[in-house]
Design a protein around this ligand. Sequence first.
Ligand code: GTP
Length: 284
Amino acid sequence: MNIQWFPGHMLETKNQLKNSIARVDALLEVVDARLPLSSSNPFVDRIATGKNRMKVLNKADIADPEATQAWLDYFNRDLRLPAAAICGTSLQDASQALETLVSQVDRNQARKAKVMVVGIPNTGKSTILNTLAGRKVAKTGNVPAITRHQQRTSLKGNIDIYDTPGILWPVIEPLQRALALAVSGAISDTAIDYHEIAHFAAQLLLERYPACLAERYPFLDPLPKNPQALIETVGKARGCLKKGGYVDSQKASQLIIRDLRSGRLGRVSFETPKDINVNHDTDQ
Ligand code: GTP
């Protein structure tokens, strides 16, 4: 299966970013802390050359803290790319990340620092902007591609911040990466098959987070041996049934994905630096 989702506004945004990058001082790249590498857009690496930059691992409140620490070490120490793990609704977290980034900008205080917030859909860019602004200046939501246009907001400290629509790339490969992105909520529901992504999620949970499964679904005793059995057992116990009493796999899959996305299944990360064995620079 191929997962592809590259609506027209993403191409438009990509071209706008290419044109406006020269006018900003710094990039605040927002990735999802649960999959910081898979949610990093290779296009950002390309336009960021020579720019002050910070990678913000957002949604750290629902990511596995151990994996997040490993990712911070990987970016800060191994790649020498400034990175911070934050919760987008925490003013302290968001302003600390912004201050660290702006402190790299060579300017006198009379000149505004221009910071552009970039990243893939649904990573929390607008949420962070609202937190920094102290009011709702950008629309947010738990579906991808809420933001459709670039928007400028002036912040304290003589900083202008530009929120931009989340962008992906035309063909997401390898499949593991596409599945992880789909589970995280970065890809529109219209482009995914819930059963397939729930299969991927169930495998991950069984292998790496059995305790989270046991806590959220106490009726799983013993834990099912494979992803399909997990989806079916959860579906049966939670009343996701079709006519004749058969389990509705789509409904059961959606329920598991919703539990995972919302953090109700606990703090789960979809990848760690130990998983790096694929070439992620697949931008086209
Ligand atoms: P696009 O418009 O697709 O580019 O999205 P965006 O990157 O602007 O994301 P947005 O701010 O709309 O947030 C997406 C979803 O993630 C919303 O449901 C937010 O409430 C949620 N969210 C944002 N930041 C955090 C965070 O730090 N922790 C958790 N748990 N949820 C967050």
